[in-house]
Structures are given as structure tokens and as C-alpha cells.
Design a protein around this ligand. Structure first.
Ligand SMILES: [Zn+2]
Ligand SMILES: [Zn+2]
Length: 254
């Protein structure tokens, strides 16, 4: 970190946070606010990865192009057994509730990259090493999140061992905060260059690095948590139900 509270990468490299939520899904800040915070923290590229939708990320892209940081359109896709897969470099929504190999295929069909989200956390949405081993029999990935503000040191060690043994099928090392409160940049991906195109080629050639930055944010108050929980436990399930019934991925708002 530099004296101004920004993440300072090695010369010629840039910082990306590849897992962030806005108030379009269960985040509590707007995409404009996230971009502003990210810029002040020295982040050059940010992936907006709202749950099961891309419209927030799509609408943030021109703002990012004009003022920075540049925006990668992403989606955190809910798969058939509730595990989360992040699609990056998307241009339309990825269908929900498919098997993981089918989800990876759907992401790649539109030119996207498929990343395993927050593994080894011991939550229903987070794949265990056993589950990922089964996935690898059927598919490969373009990347895997190797760190998270929520992972225990022991689980992270086991995850890194698993990655070392299977990196050719797991893809690039990815870091993303999974920020819901505008707390971007805690866990980041470092890459050579500065644009989304540079980032993409770094992921494709597996020349990325994951870093914990030590950035700190004030703890969100209970009202903010309540807002997040209401969106996560009420609004998103209703939105998913609507998609199941209508096939329509249009906006979800309070
Ligand atoms: Zn998730
Ligand atoms: Zn997430």
C-alpha cells in the first residue's frame, strides 16, 4: 500500500478486484460508488459480478471507460446445486441452475472466462475440494479464487495445495474481495499491463498473482447489514424464481 491508501503493485503491473456486488443484487452501494472507491484505492480494473444478472455491470461500463477504473462485466452464477461460478468478460446473462460443466460451457460460448468463486469456505455456495475434484473430471476452468477475506488459514493452505496439484485444469490464480459493502480491494488480482484486455490475456496465460492488500474499511452498521440480508434472502430468491418462471433476466429492484 502507498501512503495514500492505494494498493501499489510492482512497476508495469496493475491491480484488479474481480468479485464485487452492487445494489442491483445484494450489495448495498451503487456501481458509481464502487467505481469511485475503487479508483481512490488504486484499482485499475474492476469486475462487477452481481448474482445472476449483468445489467448493473453493463450500465457501469461506460462510466468506467470515462472516469476509471475500467469495468469487466461479470456475473456470479448460481448453479444447479447452489455452488457459485463467476463468469467474466460477459455481454449477456448466463443461465442459472445448470450443472457446473454446463455453466462453464455457457460462459465460454459467449466468449467469457469461468472462475470458481470462493471455494473451501464450508458454505453451500462454496465448493469443497472433494466437489471440485469431481468437477475436474468433467470440465476445466479459466481461474479459481485462491483467497478470500472469509477463508480460514487452514482451508487456504489446503486450497493452495489442491491448486498446485491441479493448476493446469483450474486456470489462473484469481483474487477478488466478494465485496458487498463497497469494501473493494481487500483481495486482488495483480496483472501485467493496465487494461481489461491485458487482464484477460494474463488470465489466459496464467500470469496473474493474488494479493491481500491490508486495506481496511469501517465495519458496516446493522442497518446496512439488514439491507444486505433483505436483498440476499428475500429479493434475490424472488428474482431467481421470476427467471425460472418467465426466463426473463430483466432488472430486479426493491
Ligand atoms: Zn458467492
Ligand atoms: Zn459474491
Amino acid at each position: 500500500m502507498d501512503p495514500y491508501g492505494r494498493v501499489a503493485p510492482p512497476a508495469g503491473w496493475s491491480v484488479a478486484d474481480l468479485h464485487c456486488h452492487t445494489d442491483c443484487s445484494d450489495g448495498v452501494v451503487t456501481s458509481g460508488e464502487i467505481l469511485e472507491i475503487a479508483k481512490s484505492r488504486g484499482i485499475r480494473v474492476i469486475a462487477i459480478t452481481d448474482h445472476d444478472m449483468v445489467h448493473g455491470a453493463l450500465s457501469a461500463q461506460p462510466l468506467g471507460a470515462a472516469r476509471g477504473p475500467r469495468v469487466v462485466v461479470g456475473q456470479e452464477v448460481t448453479t444447479r446445486w447452489q455452488h457459485h461460478i463467476v463468469g467474466l468478460f460477459l455481454n449477456r446473462p448466463v443461465p442459472l441452475f445448470r450443472t457446473v460443466p454446463d455453466t462453464v460451457r455457457a460462459i465460454r460460448e459467449q466468449g467469457g472466462l469461468a472462475v470458481i468463486a470462493h471455494p473451501a469456505l464450508g458454505l453451500p455456495s462454496s465448493a469443497s475440494i472433494k466437489t471440485m475434484t469431481e468437477w475436474l473430471e468433467e470440465t476445466t476452468f479459466d481461474g479459481i479464487e485462491l483467497d478470500s477475506p472469509y477463508i480460514s488459514p487452514r482451508s487456504r493452505d489446503r486450497l493452495l495445495d489442491f491448486y498446485d496439484a491441479n493448476s493446469s485444469r483450474l486456470g489462473a490464480a484469481i483474487g477478488g474481495t466478494d465485496a458487498h459493502f463497497g469494501d473493494v480491494g481487500k483481495v486482488v488480482t495483480l496483472f501485467e499491463g493496465e487494461t481489461p484486455e491485458d487482464l484477460r490475456s494474463a488470465i489466459e496465460t496464467r500470469r496473474t498473482a493474488v494479493a491481500r492488500t491490508g486495506l481496511e474499511y469501517p465495519k458496516p452498521g446493522w442497518r446496512v447489514h439488514l439491507k444486505n440480508q433483505r436483498r440476499s434472502l428475500l429479493r434475490l430468491p424472488l428474482y431467481r424464481l421470476k427467471i425460472m418462471l418467465t426466463g426473463n433476466y430483466s432488472k430486479s429492484r426493491d
